[in-house]
Design a protein around this ligand. Structure first.
Ligand code: G6Q
Length: 547
């Protein structure tokens, strides 16, 4: 059997999958369910409190067997151990990848460069908890002696998307006396709208930036300081109204934040894998340290499952393989994430960064161009809103869009019949997508002939359904870790580095060149191409026009 040293598309298993696709791709889910009346039970898995129904996928036991073989021949087991063992698997940045250490219980050991990092992780968690308790209890006071009522996290990308998603997801558990907001965009509107109704004397800013050099965050942080000092008037106020989350103590000090008010993390935590590091401080302030620790326990439970469960009963591995089947053999370009829970409104946006920044890569680990598709486009909205917007295309469009439906058996806000109606919609959508409606069935409903074809649903549109009991901090941790590891499995099979993001650099460099051109502080004629130069010229002419 050829293994990971053989290029992916030349491996025996890959070729077998291609052949298998040719033989099976026209199989309809109607037939698969008819042939195996228990398919819904056979193709389902329950682990660490999450139930995954993957029966409504276009696959057979043979497909699964081949996909699992692909995982084995990709060196996945070794890669999992390498990640958990602190090896520098982020080869282009020469870094270990140890977000799993952020949720490892006290007393365990994960060694990086000869040092056990777990005690450091817990020291920071304890410092965060102490701070959160002091702010929440009113013991920590602002410069004028007023307690803190507003928390504004300033950060972007990995220093924003995780905390804001999790804050919304766990709002039910949050202290409603605290107003928690997130500012990320360099567009001044974001800052102005987030602060317009806040009293500076009661506001705490958390400047969250791993590097503490990010243009957007530092610009917003400076505006926040100015805004604060406009009211409070004294530089001394900064110490009471600003804390930092960063790995860069030098820059934090330069900004004027005392490092006693800095919460650290480490270069082995990637931005998009960082929300359960100190980057989650705003979340901990909102939900309190106990709930935060419950969330970490959820992450850890999924980590352990991922590390120890056999691949055929391993949730992240199965999700990854199913995704890869559509991505690489069916040519599906996107995956829709459809949570049927209003609190998960930002979950798809969060996964968008997690997946697309990790696996949107065009060269393999050796730097050679890949000859297969890598990461899919991730998108989605919470149900049922999406049903009244874009589901039309999923049901009847010309594109194959595999979907993950996520739902909870118990509502956190059980009023009337709402939850049954919500869940009925979730189940109905997966059923309609899988089985569709034939022309005969449409006709039998008495539909006039001219409409029949328009009202046919082909079906055979694949979905996963993930069910959990309730949206708790622990469940959220499990769900996020599930997708983190799914992305890792796919990246491993594609032999790409899921942990760098060089693709975001070029735009930053060019913006740095364009700023002085916009501000007129450079003498040289604009140095861009003719399109960009013309746009710059036009912007400069109109920017200061009075009418
Ligand atoms: C994530 C990326 C990126 C990063 C932001 C913010 O993996 O690295 O989204 O999180 O660019 O960076 P800072 O935290 O350094 O400000």
């Amino acid at each position: 059997m050829s293994t990971s040293s053989t290029p992916l598309t030349e491996r025996t298993t890959w070729k077998a999958l291609e052949e298998h696709y040719q033989k099976t791709h026209e199989l309809h889910l109607r037939r698969l369910f008819a042939e195996d009346p228990q398919r819904g039970e056979h193709f389902a898995l329950e682990a660490v409190g999450l139930y995954l129904d993957y029966s409504k996928n276009r696959l057979t036991t043979e497909t699964l067997k081949l996909l699992l073989e692909l995982a084995e021949t990709s060196g996945l087991r070794e890669r999992i151990e390498a990640m958990f063992g602190g090896e520098k698997i982020n080869v282009t940045e020469k870094r270990a990848v140890l977000h799993v250490a952020l949720r490892t219980p006290k007393g365990t050991s994960i060694v990086v460069e000869g040092e056990n990092v777990v005690p450091e992780v817990h020291a920071v968690l304890d410092k965060m908890a102490d701070f959160a308790n002091r702010v929440r209890s009113g013991e920590w006071r602002g410069y004028t002696g007023k307690p803190i009522r507003n928390v504004v996290n300033i950060g972007i990308g990995g220093s924003d998307l995780g905390p804001v998603m999790a804050y919304e997801a766990l709002k039910y558990y949050s202290d409603r006396n605290l107003t928690v907001r997130f500012v990320s965009n360099i567009d001044g509107t974001d800052f102005v709208e987030a602060t317009h109704d806040l009293d500076a004397a009661e506001t705490l800013f958390i400047i969250s930036s791993k590097t503490f050099t990010t243009l957007e965050t530092m610009t917003n942080a400076r505006s926040a300081r100015q805004w604060c000092l406009q009211t409070l008037g004294d530089d001394q106020a900064v110490a009471k109204h600003f804390v930092a989350v960063s790995t860069n103590a030098q820059e934090v000090t330069k900004f004027g934040i005392d490092t006693t008010n800095m919460f650290g993390f480490w270069d082995w935590v990637g931005g998009r894998y960082s929300y359960d590091s100190a980057i989650g401080l705003s979340l901990m302030l909102a939900i309190g340290p106990d709930h935060y620790h419950e969330m970490l326990a959820g992450f850890h439970a999924m980590d352990e499952h991922f590390r120890t469960a056999p691949f055929e009963r391993n949730l992240p591995v199965l999700l990854a393989l199913i995704g890869l089947w559509y991505n690489n053999f069916y040519g599906a370009e996107t995956v829709a994430i459809l949570p049927y829970d209003h609190y998960l409104g930002k979950f798809s946006a969060y996964l968008q960064q997690l997946d697309m920044e990790s696996n949107g890569k065009h060269v393999n680990l050796e730097g050679n161009p890949v000859n297969y598709q890598t990461g899919p486009i991730i998108w989605g909205q919470p149900g049922t809103n999406g049903q009244h917007a874009f589901y039309q295309l999923i049901h009847q469009g010309t594109k194959l869009i595999p979907c993950d439906f996520i739902g909870f058996c118990q509502s956190l806000n059980p009023i009337g019949v709402h939850h049954d109606l919500l869940m009925a919609n979730l189940f109905a959508q997966t059923e309609a997508l899988a089985f569709g409606k034939t022309a005969e069935e449409v006709k039998a409903d008495g539909v006039p002939d001219f409409q029949i074809q328009h009202r046919v649903f082909e079906g055979n549109r694949p979905t996963n359904t993930i069910l959990a009991t309730r949206l708790t901090p622990e469940t959220l941790g499990k769900l996020v870790a599930l997708y983190e590891h799914k992305v890792f499995v796919q990246g491993t099979i594609w032999n790409i580095n899921s942990f760098d993001q060089w693709g975001v650099e070029l735009g930053k460099v060019l913006a740095g060149q364009i700023v002085p051109e916009l501000q007129g502080t450079t003498d040289s004629k604009f140095a861009q191409d003719s399109s960009t130069n013309t746009l710059i010229e036009r912007y400069r002419q109109i920017r200061n026009a009075t009418s």
